[in-house]
Unconditional design. Sequence first.
Lengths: 256, 256
Amino acid sequence: MAIWGVVNQKGGVGKTTTAVNLAAGLAAKGQKVLLVDADPQGNATSGLGIEKSHIKKTLLDVFEDFIDAPDGSVIGSDTIISINETLDLIPATLDLAGAEPVLLNAVGKELVLRDAIDTVQDRYDWVIIDAPPSLGILTVNILAACHGVLVPMQCEFYALEGLSQLMKTIDVVRRRINPRLEIAKVLLTMYDARNKLTQQVSEEVTAFFGDKVSKVVIPRNVRLSEAPGFGSPAVSLFPDSKGAEAYMRFVDEVLA
Amino acid sequence: MAIWGVVNQKGGVGKTTTAVNLAAGLAAKGQKVLLVDADPQGNATSGLGIEKSHIKKTLLDVFEDFIDAPDGSVIGSDTIISINETLDLIPATLDLAGAEPVLLNAVGKELVLRDAIDTVQDRYDWVIIDAPPSLGILTVNILAACHGVLVPMQCEFYALEGLSQLMKTIDVVRRRINPRLEIAKVLLTMYDARNKLTQQVSEEVTAFFGDKVSKVVIPRNVRLSEAPGFGSPAVSLFPDSKGAEAYMRFVDEVLA
Ligand SMILES: Nc1ncnc2c1ncn2[C@@H]1O[C@H](COP(=O)(O)OP(=O)(O)OP(=O)(O)O)[C@@H](O)[C@H]1O
Ligand SMILES: Nc1ncnc2c1ncn2[C@@H]1O[C@H](COP(=O)(O)OP(=O)(O)OP(=O)(O)O)[C@@H](O)[C@H]1O
Ligand SMILES: [Mg+2]
Ligand SMILES: [Mg+2]
């Protein structure tokens, strides 16, 4: 049973694309997976084809339920959407932006998501959490709830710049709140082997993270950005595409 | 005198790249420009070659100075960095993440940046503000302070999904706080004309925004992502590159 947060405060580096395809890929291999959409943009939710207007309950409801009455609380069965036999989703909508002020005043404000996930984790082999592009209280809740952090990393200058802050935040959460927290994997995304900058940044990332860096790189591949428009992960919709193949190799590496 | 916020809560759509190259391009045309880095990632600051460890004062100091003693406050001369004769910068560092809690308790919490910019605006022809990838209090401060919003738009499904929320936020700021606020321009970024998805999304954006959409599109161009590593805008460093040329055509359109 592993809980991974897909975290990087730099915007647009492939967090959602990674969370959705990793979750769907693990599920396709027979693992029981819960994907948690913790980004108010709700991209993971629409990436799995869930129509926002049909959603009754979201992660916001989970936060509200667990803040006031922690003991004996459970995540409502109407909050977990079954995508297929081995993949469930806790969706997000824009309302989730309302979680920040609600969390900021809670006792143990960083631990609400951990408490909620504790109540369902024995039903799953994996819990994958998609984070928003920030290091605010939502992301800290994710870091406090998970065992490992999966850092999608675009090989660009601005993305490299944000790494030290991400490490600082992970360190302080590990020291004060979640001693088991570690970097599980760093995954290079939108990788263009012909591009000098890509190679320079990837060398720096490997020097910084060593063997945490996945041997699989995800190439830039248009199928990965087309799939969300059809409401299905690329690993299901375009299994023969370069992007989907790379994500399935990553799934194999993660399961090894 | 125009104040533009470069805003889009979707991550990685080219906000910073646009803010930096627009500001530098306008300055190269002789306009007196102030670039305000309002993103705690501080990418616009490093994109202009400013070493974070050398910075004494940032936008956070401006917020702190203007929250408590609004009347007669001025932005300290040590807070504004002169990049060249026609381009100034108010930098950001990670400390700016501390602005959110500080602002949330202030009276008129959305108007602090507007008050600050009011005190310097007559020195400039343009004020360009780079926003973080969120619709929190920092971005609301930007929307409250500016005349126009420049929306960089990546032609991808997830980026399209966020537009309606951005419009809602702009509407409520216009109604309640800043009646002059309007969409000044929508700029298509990382445009790949061969890509079907790009064309589909660009048609939807044009249908939604009409003539607000710039006639100039910014192509995907590696020089734009290489320039930040040298601490200089692409329009200065690689003026003959496709990306820089497109941004200079956009500058001409804006000045027309
Ligand atoms: N390997 C890839 N090849 C091509 N396009 C990709 C790839 N990975 C992601 N994309 C596209 O790039 C954009 C950014 O990816 P994504 O939205 O997954 O990033 P994110 O880190 O979740 O962004 P945010 O910071 O806004 O949450 C999306 O439009 C996505 O479809
Ligand atoms: N037209 C382009 N062609 C190629 N690369 C680009 C282009 N525009 C931006 N980039 C690169 O894409 C990445 C994302 O751009 P940028 O950081 O400007 O977006 P942003 O919206 O400011 O991101 P954030 O949401 O994190 O603030 C950066 O690494 C940048 O160098
Ligand atoms: Mg995302
Ligand atoms: Mg930016």
